[in-house]
Design a protein around this ligand. Structure first.
Ligand code: UDP
Ligand code: MG
Length: 316
């Protein structure tokens, strides 16, 4: 099978018939063999009934329904597990992404060696309350992840080589960072394609203003886990030891300063009257705590079943 189209959806009943018709039209025109995996993320409208109806007249459609709403990442993850096609394409259900982009995305992955092609909604049809923070978010992500050629990390329209979706795991709200996850997993050929974007035709957006705060925290944790997940001691230990040493250094200074003053018979303050004393105290305590945190984290990761989970590309 050439293509699996994975569509996460939450309360998108009105859009589904149009979306699947459009996908079918594109697939027929280009003679692709394909499947459409509709993942119903616990919709409360009649999306699931619509999916059942659609499936009757369209054998390439399959549907997966969550009992409750788990979020877009969970829906994508389940779709990735089910996907059989050589190229896996994800798109939103709300008709904001255009299926007309599929042939070019497919071509890039299949014939031009891309591991992942991410869409770029260069001209967006969303309110400015969304587009401006998004710009900021993208530039921070670009800098932190070192993927400098992407402008739009969170674009719903993306294409993957099958290997990629089978070796990454998307959870929480990590769907915003799939390119970063893929990069950490060792897939380095990440490309971008400018895509058409449309205003939402039916229904409303599913993400409120909270998306930016959560998004940023997710970025920090992804960055941290990717870099230090397998060796937490290197992170906590380094700053812990540094802080501890600074504290000790200051302590030695305070004590010797006082001893010298006593020996010379000059005036001296009580150690507890010196602000720097408290600095030393805090630095030593925090340093010790960080060191212990690193140690505990090391024990935790040692016990993890994932500790020797590596991405092996080939063996001969
Ligand atoms: N979605 C989902 N589960 C959720 C929220 C959203 O599957 O909990 C789907 C939604 O139905 C849509 C896609 O994720 O197909 C993108 O959502 P939306 O269009 O609301 O996001 P926006 O375009 O505003 O970024
Ligand atoms: Mg949308």
């Amino acid at each position: 099978m050439d293509i699996s189209v994975v569509v996460p959806l939450y309360n998108e009943a009105e859009s589904l018939p149009e979306l699947t018709d459009w996908i079918r039209r594109v697939m027929r025109e280009h003679h692709f063999t394909y499947e459409i995996i509709l993942v119903d993320d616990g919709s409360k409208d009649d999306s699931w009934e619509v999916i059942q109806d659609l499936k009757k007249g369209h054998e390439q459609i399959s549907g997966i329904k969550f009992r409750r709403n788990y979020g877009k990442s969970a829906a994508l993850n389940v779709g990735f597990v089910a996907a059989q096609g050589d190229v896996v394409i994800t798109m939103d259900a709300d008709l904001q992404d255009s299926p007309d982009e599929i042939p070019e995305l497919y071509n890039r992955v299949k014939n031009q060696g891309a591991d992942l092609v991410s869409g770029w909604k260069q001209k967006r049809y969303d309110p400015p309350t969304k587009t401006i923070p998004t710009k900021l978010f993208n530039s921070v992500t670009r800098r932190m992840s070192g993927i400098h050629n992407l402008h739009d990390f969170n674009c719903g329209l993306k294409a993957y080589k099958k290997d990629v979706v089978k070796s990454i795991e998307v959870y929480g709200e990590m769907h915003r960072y799939i390119p970063v996850i893929a990069k950490w997993a060792g897939f380095s050929n990440i490309q971008e394609q400018v895509v058409q974007h449309y205003p939402r035709k039916y229904g409303t957006t599913k993400f409120g203003a909270g998306r930016f705060i959560k998004g940023f925290l997710d970025l920090l944790s992804i960055f941290f886990v990717g870099k230090f997940g397998k060796r937490p001691m290197h992170f906590f230990g380094t700053i812990g030891v540094m802080s501890f040493l600074i504290g000790i250094f200051i302590t030695v200074y305070i004590i010797s300063d006082k001893l010298i003053s006593i020996a010379n018979g000059t005036y001296y303050r009580n150690i507890t009257d010196q602000p720097i004393f408290y600095l030393a105290l805090v630095a030593v305590v925090i340093g010790t705590q960080l060191f212990l945190t690193g140690f505990v984290a090391e024990l935790v990761s040692r016990n993890s079943t994932e500790r020797n989970n590596y991405q092996i590309e080939r063996v001969i």
